[in-house]
Ligand binder design. Sequence first.
Ligand SMILES: CCCCCCCCCCCC[C@H](C)C(=O)SCCNC(=O)CCNC(=O)[C@H](O)C(C)(C)COP(=O)(O)OP(=O)(O)OC[C@H]1O[C@@H](n2cnc3c(N)ncnc32)[C@H](O)[C@@H]1OP(=O)(O)O
Length: 382
Amino acid sequence: MALAGVRVIELAGLAPAPFCGMILADFGAKVIRVDRTKVAVSVDTQARGKQSVSLNLKSPEGVAVLKTLCIQSDVVLEPFRKGVMEKLGLGPEELLRENPRLIYARLTGYGQSGSYARAAGHDINYLAMSGLLSMLGRSSEKLYAPLNLLADFAGGGLTCALGIVLALLERSRSGQGQIIDASMVEGAAYLGSFVWKSRSTGLWNRPRGQNLLDSGAPFYDTYRTADGKYMAVGAIEPQFYDQLIHGLGLKAADLPNQMSISDWPELKRTFTQVFAKKTQAEWSDIFDGTDACVTPVLPLDEAGLHPHNLQRRSFLSNAQGEVSPKPAPVLSRTPAQPSMSRDPFIGEHTHSVLEEYGFEPAKIEQLVSAGVVECNKAKARL
Ligand SMILES: CCCCCCCCCCCC[C@H](C)C(=O)SCCNC(=O)CCNC(=O)[C@H](O)C(C)(C)COP(=O)(O)OP(=O)(O)OC[C@H]1O[C@@H](n2cnc3c(N)ncnc32)[C@H](O)[C@@H]1OP(=O)(O)O
């Protein structure tokens, strides 16, 4: 796999850093998640392929153990508020001094500088600060954050993973590590470059929810079907729009021009009425195999069962029967090989990881007795 041989220490976090760690693990990195002690269940639902070490960072010995792990690794991924790692004596300066090849990834909401750097926040706040949230929502309705996908996962976890891969690539030339300051505000904004850089085209001139791609246009929206499901319509180009009109059983001559914005509300009412006359399956039969750019809106449980996704094996099922998306993109020679095993228990790999990083068994026992680390092997065997 592309990242085989890369060792990552991931400090346990909420959502974005775990996703970043899972991407690295899916593509072959060895990812060791550092969990707290005295915690029964992990909230990390993105733990595929990771190992777990349970370590008390409130003890100086625990901090020393983490330092040993970090300086023998390629990547440290930390999801804490600015200053937390420095307070532990594990800031980038300290660790890079000991391991100049280390890539030190800091994934936060607001970045490592600026007046909000130490402020608490979540996806919705970061998205708001990026400028993008102001664009999201239908006309006359209030703003809406689409799950926590844009800042946490796209602008955060994914962007940070890109930063790590870039730093690894650069390190192969320079031999040096570096610090990655991944701000979810900036990651989300960057993701929205299209919006900023297409403003001069007039694409976003109208109020929110009344533009081409923000649910203003009738040919770029969702429509409810007779069975209460939905179809997604993305027929932008005239030749595809023609096929949409044909599939709906309408006649172009009876309709206003596709790009007559003042007629969009009326055209949308027409499309709404027509879509409501058939079920999702019936519309899929009509539009499958055409270029009308009309697809069924699939619920999570059905996405993996759609013939196209089945053919590509786009979703996988692990040992527990849990279905999730396969890693993307697909690399031809060195594709991801995601783990099919269950996620790790907290502390399941403490012993084996510490041994691998050079701790003697007697030392590990002493750390366990002192409550510095926890080994949860017994639970793992249940
Ligand atoms: C049972 C399964 C259920 C599954 C349910 C899953 C539910 C998941 C829900 C996910 C919701 C996701 C939401 C929408 C999000 O947006 S997540 C993104 C949140 N934001 C970020 O990640 C940005 C960067 N992080 C932060 O800003 C902050 O960490 C935070 C998220 C605001 C949380 O702040 P806070 O709890 O005060 O923590 P921090 O200031 O970071 O300090 C962390 C403290 O914990 C300590 N710590 C860490 N590891 C250990 C350890 N192993 N052992 C002992 N202590 C540990 C650190 O030393 C630090 O301590 P201290 O410096 O405060 O004394």
